[in-house]
Structures are given as structure tokens and as C-alpha cells.
Design a protein around this ligand. Structure first.
Ligand code: PAF
Length: 281
């Protein structure tokens, strides 16, 4: 098999030098920020970026500041060689894989907090999570200075947080949201699916079925609170161990009760694995 080599840089200076060389040739740049453990969903983000710009940089950085003290930072799957191979076959041009000290040098003291869209759902279930995301994404955008950056709609609340931060801080980049990649039974692709046992994997596959049913009911005019209560009950019956939320919200502002366009959001644990998903109504 042909082994494609992907250039890897680990410092901000090297990243900027590569990007500057491309800019000097007139190339436009795209950034796909990731935490690695790449799957088809991530590669679809690279493909989407590639339709918009000549050069695509993927970053792989498991960002410690977006994990809570009892979350899976240490256990988070890491396999740089495999990620590099996948990115090369997706025609990515550069892998940016900084170390934790490159990203957060000694004395690092700044944090970016986005209020409003951060204050609900995962903002409540995972205190500090969105500040960690907003801080690292601000840094990645300033380090790479891309024309476009692509994020998956699977983390829809995160996408809204990033859109808000880019607008509020006047960061000159176009944020592109990419549709969620799904497996055969509709389970959203996620690096955390790797944690699921066989039995948990079956439970996990029910989440999107329950959300699809809720979307049909909402379209038929059923009341939001009734649909939410039944969704919660259905997740319990399906075997989810702990449910953080099943909510109908405004797709643009996450307001509740939601005005159209609406979106359904769910977060629940299959065993020890926390899964999230969302769906347009
Ligand atoms: O979605 C992710 O993988 C992460 O939250 C991101 C955007 C790469 C920031 O660490």
C-alpha cells in the first residue's frame, strides 16, 4: 500500500512559516481543529475544507482545559501515527500537533469565556468546558490565521459558541458547520464511541431514533414540554444510565421554549461513556 507522508509541525513558529509560504503563493488556507482519534466524521470536515480552499491544516491537540477533573482527559484515545495516515489520505496538507507546553506555556493566565450560548446544556453539565474550548479555539485561529475553519454540527452548541466568539472578537475567519456523520443505525460518529461495550453500543444507537421520533412529533405540532418529557422517558427505557438533558431549543440562540427553526439536543451516558447528539426539527 502506498504510504502517504504528511508534514507535521509542533510549534506556532513552524505553523506560521508554512502558512506564510502558502499565502505567498496566493493559496487560501483552511483549518480543521480536532482532538485526534480521527474517524470518517473528521475526514468529512477535511474534505469540506478542501472544497473551499487550496491548503488544509488539521490540528490534533487533546486540550486539557476543556476536560473537567472527573472526565476522560487521561483516557482520551491518542494515536498520532494513525491520525496522520488518515489525514494524508484525505489530502490534508499539514498536521499541527502542538505539545501542551507549546499551547499553554508556564505562566499562561488568559481564558476566553462566551456567555449566553455557553450558559445552558453542556455549559451546565460540564462546568468550564466551553471556556476551555473558546480559549483553545481562539488560540488555534490566531496561530494559524486561516480563511475558513470547519467544525462538526455534532457539537452544535460548541459551533454556536465559536461563531459567537469569532464575531465578538472580530477574528477574520469564516466558520463552517459540517453535517454530522452517522453510522448505519444512525449513531453519530464520535471518538468516544470507541469506549462502548457491545451492549452499550446497541443502547447508544437508540439516541438518534428517539430524537428522530421527537422531531416528527414536533413537526406534527405536539407541545415541546410533552415531547421533551417523552424523550427523557424513552432514553431511560432504552437503557441510558444517566441523562443530562433532552431538550428542544431554538437553533440559533438555544432559547427555550424554542421558536422555529428548532433543534433537539440530547446528552446521556451509555455505561461510563457520555454521548451527545442533536437534530434539526
Ligand atoms: O470538537 C473538538 O474536537 C474540540 O472541542 C476542539 C474544537 C478541537 C477544541 O479542542
Amino acid at each position: 500500500m502506498l504510504q502517504l507522508a504528511l508534514p507535521i509541525v509542533r510549534t506556532v513558529a513552524e505553523l506560521r512559516a508554512r502558512v506564510a509560504a502558502w499565502r505567498a503563493q496566493g493559496d487560501r488556507i483552511g483549518l480543521v481543529p480536532t482532538m485526534g482519534a480521527l474517524h470518517e466524521g473528521h475526514l468529512s470536515l477535511v474534505h469540506l475544507a478542501k472544497t473551499r480552499v487550496r491548503r488544509v491544516v488539521a490540528s490534533v491537540f487533546v486540550n486539557p482545559t476543556q476536560f473537567g477533573p472527573n472526565e476522560d482527559f487521561d483516557a482520551y484515545p491518542r494515536d498520532e501515527a494513525k491520525d496522520a495516515q488518515s489525514l494524508a489520505s484525505a489530502e490534508c496538507d499539514l498536521l499541527y500537533a502542538p505539545t501542551v507546553t507549546e499551547m499553554y506555556p508556564i505562566g499562561f493566565s488568559t481564558s476566553v469565556t462566551v456567555s449566553g450560548v455557553s450558559a445552558t446544556m453542556d455549559g451546565i453539565a460540564r462546568p468550564g468546558h466551553f471556556s476551555g474550548v473558546a480559549t483553545v479555539v481562539s488560540k488555534l485561529l490566531l496561530q494559524c490565521a486561516p480563511d475558513v475553519a470547519v467544525f462538526g454540527e455534532k457539537d452544535y452548541q460548541q459551533l454556536l459558541v465559536i461563531r459567537r466568539l469569532v464575531r465578538d472578537l472580530d477574528i477574520p475567519v469564516e466558520i463552517i458547520g459540517a453535517p454530522t456523520a452517522r453510522l448505519d443505525d444512525g449513531l453519530a460518529r464520535s471518538s468516544r464511541n470507541a469506549y462502548l461495550s457491545e451492549a452499550e453500543r446497541i443502547v447508544a444507537g437508540r439516541m438518534n431514533v428517539i430524537m428522530t421520533d421527537a422531531a416528527v412529533r414536533l413537526r406534527a405540532g405536539e407541545a415541546q414540554d410533552v415531547v421533551e418529557a417523552e424523550g427523557l422517558a424513552a432514553l431511560k427505557i432504552a437503557g441510558f444510565d444517566r441523562i443530562d438533558y433532552f431538550e428542544v431549543r431554538g437553533a440559533e440562540d438555544l432559547a427555550r421554549p424554542a421558536k422555529a427553526p428548532m433543534r433537539i439536543f440530547a446528552a446521556a451516558f451509555a455505561g461510563k461513556t457520555r454521548l451527545i447528539d442533536n437534530m434539526a426539527v
